[in-house]
Design a protein around this ligand. Structure first.
Ligand SMILES: [Zn+2]
Ligand SMILES: [Zn+2]
Length: 371
């Protein structure tokens, strides 16, 4: 009798069905992971409401689990054995292009569903493809030879490892892209899982001033930002953020601005441009809007601002993030506020969207959790 695997499949906008798939037959070169935790982020909220294509998809792109079955070739290539806890990047690289060779799987054509109809990316790939189990909202996930894995340190629990993706984005965006380091001054907009992870990355790297903004709904999250290292927090709905930032910095402005808001339109970008120091600051943007009417390009030139785009993480940032979690230097367990079983994927995604409970920071799906 074939073993069956339960998975939550997105079948239409905002619609999930639990379906059964056969356990993948593996050979020498591939493996199957038992999913322990699938983290959910703001991107899931967007692609659940408006799927990029109509195929059935097992979502879940921030996946932690244990190697369940692995071929000898897979074990040899990746240096992990059955029973090892791993974090699987959602990018499935080709391992041949310049990006893969540089550990930048995020940029590989093999994983880019926007330009390559046959791309593989966990949480985005059609479940109609061979082996079907291409997402973390399932009991098991299929790992081809070219999956990108990281061994999770023994001192890191599956739940804690569940925030490795926002943490690695924090390292990538703030430190690598933004150049935050010793004595940097930083404005982080948005105190969600991403903004809080940036706070930790900036603090660890030596930033001397970290300001985190939020709204009236973010009281608990802004408190958490303080716990994790923010020097000041600003509720933009009750005070003028630019005025506060000028006051805090003695009129100087900040070196780096990181936009970690979701669905806030152009306001964080405009605030960021004005909050940056007089010359040569760096602005990291999300690029949620297709166009930006009346974009103040003159100010960008006059202030010699560098604009960077938030775009996932490199292999190295994931390794650094796992080291950060293993250090237990910051109480990052506090970020994982909500967990849901497989049958409640819909509620879990709505929780990330802020429709279920105000105290949500990071939401994890635990496919083996009893309700
Ligand atoms: Zn994500
Ligand atoms: Zn590649």
């Amino acid at each position: 009798m074939t073993e069956k695997v339960l998975a939550a499949v997105r079948t239409a906008p905002g619609t999930t069905e639990i379906r059964e798939f056969p356990m993948p037959e593996i050979g020498d070169d591939d493996a199957v992971m038992r999913v322990e935790v699938a983290g959910i982020c703001g991107t899931d909220v967007k692609i659940y409401a408006k799927p990029p294509f109509p195929d059935p998809v097992i979502m879940g792109h921030e996946n932690i689990g244990v190697v369940h079955r692995a071929g000898a070739g897979f074990t040899e290539r990746h240096g992990v054995r059955e029973g090892d806890r791993i974090f699987v990047e959602h990018y499935v690289g080709c391992y041949r292009c310049e990006w893969c060779r540089a550990g930048q799987y995020r940029h590989c054509e093999n994983t880019d569903w926007r330009t390559n109809p046959d791309a593989r990316r966990y949480g985005y790939t059609s479940a109609d493809n061979p082996q079907h189990l291409w997402g973390g909202f399932a009991q098991y996930m299929y790992l081809p030879w070219n999956a990108v894995l990281h061994r999770v340190p023994d001192t890191v629990s599956a739940e804690l490892a569940g925030i490795v993706t926002p943490m690695s984005n924090g390292i990538e965006w703030a430190l690598v892209d933004g150049g935050v380091g010793y004595d940097s001054t930083v404005l982080i907009q948005g105190p969600g899982q991403q903004g809080l992870s940036q706070t930790v990355a900036c603090k660890q790297a030596g930033a001397s001033l970290i300001i985190v903004t939020g709204t009236a709904r973010d009281t608990a999250r802004l408190g958490m930002a303080k716990t994790l290292g923010a020097d000041h927090t600003i509720d933009v709905t009750s005070e003028d953020p630019l005025q506060r930032i000028r006051q805090i910095t003695g009129g100087t402005g900040v070196d780096v601005v990181l936009d970690c808001t979701a669905g806030a339109g152009g306001a964080p970008v405009l605030l960021g441009i004005d909050a940056l120091k007089r010359r040569a600051g760096t602005l990291l943007i999300q690029g949620e809007m297709a166009a930006f009417p009346d974009f103040p390009v003159k100010k960008i030139t006059e202030k010699a601002i560098t604009i960077k785009s938030a775009r996932g993480h490199s292999f190295r940032s994931c390794e650094l993030a796992l080291n950060q979690l293993a250090s237990h230097r910051f109480p990052l367990e506090q970020l994982t506020t909500h967990t849901y079983p497989l049958s409640e994927v819909d509620t879990a995604i709505r929780a990330v969207a802020g429709q279920v409970d105000e105290g949500v920071v990071h939401v994890s799906l635990l496919p083996w959790k009893e309700r």
